[in-house]
Design a protein around this ligand. Sequence first.
Ligand SMILES: [Zn+2]
Length: 125
Amino acid sequence: MDPTRTDASADPRSDTRVDPRAALEAEHARLREELAATIEAPGQMTYGSQAAAATHVFEQQRDLALRERAEQQLALVDAAMARLDAGTFGRCLRCGNPIAPERLEALPWAEHCIACARLIARGRG
Ligand SMILES: [Zn+2]
């Protein structure tokens, strides 16, 4: 046994931290694909019946809702990446306190700490 030997591989920070940028970039790419897929939906402009036309309108509205959600999510992801560059990532936009690491792991694009997110959700409802 050598008492001067130090175990350099035991750094707890080396593999327990999730890289938020990698997670954000993956989500960014996924949303881009989702948006591209909804754009390419072929528009059939001739309808055999009013029912077919109504179904088409319903599908268009559903696609539009999905698209809007993906665009909102993409904006959140882009904003989080900008905060990473600016060095303010991980801080609540409302109160300035650090956002819990487990929350950032689940939602790397989170803009608010859990306490503020709850207050905001209550205000909206
Ligand atoms: Zn907060």
